[in-house]
Design a protein around this ligand. Structure first.
Ligand SMILES: [Zn+2]
Length: 283
């Protein structure tokens, strides 16, 4: 049975890889392609098909996907980040499920799946991965695995303002709406990238999730110098754009936050942990 199945797959592949110019079967070839990715020169092993008659080249959808993965692997190797393959191997050596590794690091299982599948982890997440794979628990459920930064809060809010086209950072408004945009940005970044954007801690207050001790922070946020913050990564900007698009009006982000179970179930004033980020329902 097994041999027959193999034969069938082979036949299907062969018929699919006919030259589009009508020269019949194309030949599979392995080679190395030089490419530049994020400023680093890489040699990528590739497998594609070429026609021995006219020289036209083609790759299957599978090959295109594996090419992207190969670039990610080669890049991570070159800049000394754990590759997806290395993460999988180390995790299996420890007999850990993706979920168990996620728990050790205080990240969502989606992050582990992405890093193993080809998404490139940040330097700090690479560090956390290495600690977790060395048997240590790491991560901070109050700050979402990032040091608290006032300038970054301002940077994120400014980014929201530029996407939304309006001011959300106002004096004396208690950040009623700004805090909810910020909360979603931090929580979604934790869920999808493994770390929050600002390191802020949030409390469940009657009018929704709010920066812990926000009264003491408002002036410092308004006066912070956002140019001293670590610039936003493109993944972070995309998350902010997504949230802003979903909640184009203040009332929308307010109502959405009030529908979140992770806020509702906390006692008044209790910290909403980042480990709840996987349970968000509105973004
Ligand atoms: Zn041809």
């Amino acid at each position: 049975m097994k041999t027959e199945y193999r034969k069938l797959v082979k036949t299907m592949k062969e018929t699919r890889m006919n030259c589009p110019n009508g020269h019949g079967k194309m030949a599979s070839k392995k080679s190395e392609k030089k490419t530049k990715f994020r400023g680093v020169d890489l040699n990528i092993p590739v497998e594609d098909y070429s026609c021995p008659v006219c020289g036209v080249e083609a790759g299957t959808v599978d090959q295109t996907a594996s090419l992207q993965k190969a670039i990610s692997e080669a890049y991570r190797k070159a800049v000394n980040l754990l590759t997806g393959k290395e993460i999988v191997e180390a995790r299996k050596r420890l007999n850990l499920s993706q979920d168990a590794l996620a728990m050790r690091m205080n990240v969502g299982i989606a992050s582990i799946k992405r890093w193993e599948g080809g998404q490139i982890q940040s330097k700090s997440m690479d560090h956390a991965l290495r600690l977790a794979l060395a048997g240590q628990t790491s991560g901070d459920t109050c700050t979402g695995n990032r040091p608290f930064s006032l300038p970054r809060i301002k940077l994120v809010l400014k980014q929201f303002e530029s996407v939304l086209g309006k001011n959300i950072l106002k004096k004396n408004d208690k950040m009623l709406f700004a805090a909810k945009y910020l909360w979603y940005a931090d929580m979604v970044a934790h869920r999808e990238l493994g770390e929050s954007m600002t390191g802020s801690t949030y409390a469940a207050l009657p009018f929704g999730p709010q920066l812990n001790n926000y009264r003491d922070l408002i002036d410092d946020i308004l006066n912070a110098d956002e140019s001293s913050a670590k610039p936003l990564a493109s993944e972070e900007k995309k998350i902010i754009a997504r949230i802003a698009m979903k909640f184009s009006k203040d009332q929308m982000v307010y109502d959405a936050a009030h529908r979140e179970r992770v806020w509702k179930r906390q006692a008044n004033g209790a910290i909403i942990p980042y480990s709840d980020s996987s349970e968000l329902t509105q973004v």
